[in-house]
Design a protein around this ligand. Structure first.
Ligand SMILES: *Cc1c(COP(=O)(O)O)cnc(C)c1O
Length: 362
């Protein structure tokens, strides 16, 4: 076995112990005589798996009883439509903070359904910071406020939770969920595609406060109505069974290491290896303003597109994979989600030092 350090932004690395556990159960789960992939989602053995997955996520994130946990499909991008369909039911107004590409996409999708406004944007500085907003910036009759908490492409993260008063705050947590503790009660809705930090692609997690359910627009497709999914314990139709099982194993892996406090300590240490190096030299440039740096996605450039290209190519050859930045940004991006071991970041820094020494700038 020769596993590489995979810095992909998503789908991304899964913890090795989780993959090994899944492999050991792949062909025959417990004494069921079959793979989890082959089970009826209505069988008692599978019902136990999904219930356990939910219970473990609740424990991990300390999700209060008045929030529902939904296992959906369609990725975070489908939630860009679910959010207005389920929540834009009062004034028909919604306020969005645009801090990167995904929040822009979420905003654009929402504009199909009502009076949607950009409260603040960081486009003026190529999304290298997070706009600071206060309650006064929000329309008092908005049905909700939407943010993207960690901007996967640009490598920024909110360093505060906006105070929206009584207006529900909706957050896309796709690329930072379960990387550190977060106060769920500050949000009306949290959603996340699973393929960054939780499970294989195909599963989307929605955590929604109960009082926000039941007012979807009448034309909402039944599969996009959070209440349908909630009322049916995520089993209105066939859920992404195997992904949910994998998510459960990932939750167990984190709980076993001590929960999200332990996970955070590990992630802080890991990110510091890379950021401390970036701050100690002047070959690479890290464009993000320090207080908004993401702990999960670290962006940097050499300032020379040809050198960036060479970097990604040579890194690939030594087992540092998928380090190329998003096509809209260029440069490099190291996605160092939960499953990335500290050895991966250390190997990256060592390679960066060698590359800088071997490729002096003109
Ligand atoms: C990856 C990502 C998305 C898109 O997720 P899909 O599951 O592919 O739809 C949306 N938001 C954020 C923050 C992401 O990182």
């Amino acid at each position: 076995m020769n596993r590489v350090f995979n810095f992909s932004a998503g789908p991304s690395m899964l913890p090795l112990p989780v993959l090994e556990k899944a492999a050991s159960e792949l062909v025959c789960y417990g004494d069921s005589g079959m793979s989890v992939m082959e089970m009826s989602h209505r069988s008692p053995v599978y019902e136990e798996i999904i219930a356990d997955a939910e219970a473990k996520l609740r424990k991990l994130m300390n999700i209060p009883d008045n929030y529902k946990v939904l296992f959906m499909q369609g990725g975070a991008s489908t939630q860009f439509a679910c959010v207005p369909l389920n929540l834009m039911n009062g004034s028909g107004k919604a306020d969005y903070i645009v801090s990167g590409q995904f929040s822009k996409k979420a905003y654009e999708e929402a504009t199909k359904y009502g009076d949607v406004r950009v409260v603040a944007s960081s486009k003026d500085k190529n999304f290298t910071y997070i706009p600071q907003i206060t309650k006064d910036d929000i329309r008092p009759d908005a049905d909700y406020v939407h943010i993207c908490f960690n901007n996967t492409i640009y490598g920024t993260k909110f360093n505060y939770i906006p105070d929206t008063g009584d207006i529900p705050l909706v957050a896309d947590l796709s690329s930072c969920i379960i990387s550190e503790p977060i106060d769920v009660t500050k949000f009306g809705v949290i959603y996340a595609g699973a393929q960054k930090n939780m499970a294989p692609a195909g599963l989307t997690i929605v955590i929604v406060r109960e009082d926000l359910l039941g007012n979807a627009r009448p034309t909402t497709p039944v599969m996009l109505n959070w209440k349908t999914i909630a009322d049916n314990d995520s089993m209105y139709n066939t859920p992404p069974c195997y992904c949910i099982y994998m998510a459960k194993l990932v939750y167990e892996w984190i709980l076993d290491m001590g929960g999200l406090d332990a996970m955070k300590a590990h992630n802080v240490k890991k990110a510091a290896v890379l950021y401390d190096y970036l701050d100690s030299q002047n070959y690479y440039i890290a464009p993000v303003e320090k207080e908004y740096r993401s702990m999960m996605n670290v962006t940097f450039v050499t300032g020379d597109a040809d050198l960036d290209k060479k970097f990604a190519k040579e890194a690939d050859a030594v087992g540092i994979k998928n380090i190329k930045g998003h096509r809209s940004v260029g440069g490099m991006r190291a996605s160092i989600y939960n499953a990335m071991p500290i050895e991966g970041v250390e190997a990256l820094v060592k390679f960066m030092q060698e590359f800088a020494a071997n490729n002096p700038k003109a």
